[in-house]
Design a protein around this ligand. Structure first.
Ligand SMILES: *[C@@H]1O[C@H](CO)[C@@H](O)[C@H](O)[C@H]1NC(C)=O
Ligand SMILES: *[C@@H]1O[C@H](CO)[C@@H](O)[C@H](O)[C@H]1NC(C)=O
Length: 575
């Protein structure tokens, strides 16, 4: 854990009144009805075992930040492009003095010294023995095992806080969150065949002559042909970094990147990536430890966003719950100097929405919104299980993937085949049960839902935020991994590809003195933005024992607005 501030909160205490908060009535803050499926009770926990808890404080004006983030991201608004500084964002998300003093008083009465782990001070952290945590939260912690992964964690089914602190504390974590490890795609199962290393030559290619080989083997040249990626290097690297998130010990290997470039992107030989680590993240460069996901993500950013500096952000596992890494990456980026802070962040890891407590899903979304507010385009893969979630699961109703359901994230689904492309059947898509349909896509969602009538009625939420927003290639993508060439599939391919195109558009914007795109969705769904996409009108995303949704004319919950075109995107931003 990166220490953001070490000010003991007790030092901030102004008032200690005569009626300790700890002795007042407690109220249940969060609970779950039973141990969630997939987890089993694994016994009691030693009272002396240390547990690290985080308290998410209620923020000063999160609604105000939402409004401001939309304003600076909507091309129709006079404030468009006037991104906030992290300091301006912090004014909205810091806790009020009243909240800080009430919570500090409670912790201090209990002899707890917390430190802030977010720049705005809205997230506190401390380590205490389990026995003390049980007294603090009027609960009993136990050990639970996630059966599929074998990982154990200390959790409870319900916890309480003093009633007077309701309205000051959003939640305490990890308590009632039973979250399976995030899924990074592609899994090894998605690697469908191994290839010999090969040289690609495309000298005689014309724009309308996309080789048939692109139907079965997709390499950078195919993406240049299909989506109009420029081949020339970007020139405005100084303030335009593309961030690639890496989780679950997925290491991006430099040797694999070199092999990839020297075979498939020869004009970029020598391009590499820089590293940013947090939560104990590492940069293991042993070839046998190269991550398939990490290599894919790095090869299709360094190899597509020609000339744009790429930072691999390796998130370690020094936390109590995987979800913490998704919030810590935001706080780490907000603390980066403006010059090296990414302008685009791509993530090919996610969770099934239903596996996150709504409190955490909302906190994650509010965190990613902060990145949008400062001018960072936050891009996530939409999942590989069709309507069934991040990966195929057994399910009784459709499972959208998080955190892409957050309206401040751009969710990228999958497409495949020669143009006109069709939906990749693995493409995650559907409707959130946590986030309502945002205004920018309300018309699209209503039109789509009306078009399918009562098909799948009850299996998805008709008032939810729809994903994905856009789509890109997600099958038969060629990568170098552990010194050999492979074809991989998944929206894990689509997210870095789309992110690279946005980074290249940012490069052109910077060249003309314009602000970078930042939070994308209001622009993408604007009349100019949507005109830059090739609509995908065929294919489905089966899952949950159904055929899934169908791609159709206009936005759909399989491929969103469609696949991007670089020149049309330039036109859409007025270049
Ligand atoms: C960068 O500069 C070179 C040389 O002036 C030029 O050929 C290339 O097109 C430029 N790249 C972009 C993306 O404008
Ligand atoms: C459907 O979505 C809405 C809006 O986000 C939410 O309030 C509601 O609880 C959801 N319904 C179900 C059954 O989850």
């Amino acid at each position: 854990m990166r220490l953001i501030s070490l000010i003991p909160l007790a030092a901030l205490l102004s008032v200690i009144n005569g009626n300790p908060i700890s002795r007042r009535a407690m109220v249940v803050l969060e609970s779950v009805p039973a141990v969630p499926s997939g987890f089993t009770h694994a016994g009691t926990v030693s009272p002396s075992q240390e547990i690290t808890l985080r308290i998410a404080l209620v923020q000063t004006d999160i609604a105000g930040l939402q409004e401001k983030t939309y304003a600076v991201s909507d091309p129709a608004n006079a404030l468009y492009g006037q991104h906030l500084t992290p300091e301006e964002v912090a004014e909205y998300v810091k806790p009020t003095a009243e909240t800080l003093s009430a919570v500090s008083e409670w912790l201090s009465e209990n002899g707890i010294t917390a430190k802030s782990v977010s720049p705005a001070g809205d997230l506190l952290q401390f380590s205490i023995p389990v026995s003390k945590a049980e007294a603090l939260l009027a609960t009993t912690f136990s050990s639970f095992t996630h059966v599929a992964s074998g990982t154990t964690s200390i959790r409870t089914l319900s916890y309480s806080i003093p009633a007077v602190l309701k309205g000051h504390i959003q939640f305490v974590h990890p308590t009632i969150a039973f979250v399976p490890p995030p899924v990074g795609k592609p899994g090894v199962t998605a690697i469908n065949h191994k290839r010999e290393p090969r040289k690609v030559s495309r000298s005689s290619l014309t724009a309308d002559a996309i080789p048939n080989s692109c139907a079965s083997i997709v390499e950078p040249a195919c993406l240049q042909d299909m989506y109009g990626f420029p081949t020339a290097r970007a020139n405005n690297s100084a303030s335009n970094t593309l961030g690639v998130a890496g989780y679950i010990d997925q290491f991006a290997n430099s040797e694999d990147l070199s092999l990839f470039l020297s075979n498939l992107r020869t004009n970029l030989v020598g391009s590499t990536f820089t590293l940013l680590t947090l939560d104990g993240g590492e940069n293991v460069q042993v070839l046998s430890e190269a991550g398939d996901e990490a290599d894919l993500d790095i090869e299709y950013t360094v190899g597509m966003a020609a000339g744009v500096p790429v930072t691999f952000i390796s998130v370690g596992e020094n936390f109590q719950d995987d979800v913490d890494g998704f919030i810590d990456i935001v706080n780490t980026i907000l603390e980066e100097p403006a010059a090296t802070r990414p302008t685009v962040l791509t993530t090919s890891y996610g969770f099934n929405e239903e596996d996150l407590p709504i409190s955490l899903a909302v906190a994650m979304c509010d965190a990613y919104m902060q990145l949008g507010a400062v001018g960072i385009s936050v891009i996530f893969a939409s999942g590989d299980g069709g309507v069934g979630g991040v990966q195929p699961t057994t399910c009784t109703s459709f499972v959208p993937s998080a955190p892409g359901v957050c309206p401040f994230i751009t969710s990228v689904g999958g497409s495949t085949g020669l143009p006109p492309q069709v939906a990749a059947s693995l493409s995650g898509g559907g409707f959130s049960n946590y986030f309502p349909t945002p205004a920018f896509q309300a018309g699209d969602v209503a039109t789509y839902i009306a078009s399918i009538g009562d098909e799948y009625s009850g299996l998805y939420n008709v008032t939810g935020r729809g994903i994905p927003d856009v789509a890109a290639q997600a099958e038969n993508v060629e990568i170098a991994w552990m010194g050999e060439f492979w074809l991989v599939g998944g929206t894990s391919c689509a997210s870095p590809i789309f992110a690279s195109m946005i980074a290249l558009v940012n490069d052109r914007l910077i060249a003309t003195g314009k602000p970078v795109l930042g939070y994308l969705n209001p622009f993408l769904y604007s009349p100019a933005g949507r005109a830059a996409f090739t609509d995908i009108t065929s294919g489905t995303n089966p899952g949950c024992n159904t055929n899934g949704f169908s791609a159709s004319v206009g936005w759909d919950p399989v491929t969103g607005l469609g696949t991007p075109n670089f020149d049309l995107l330039l036109a859409a931003v007025g270049l």
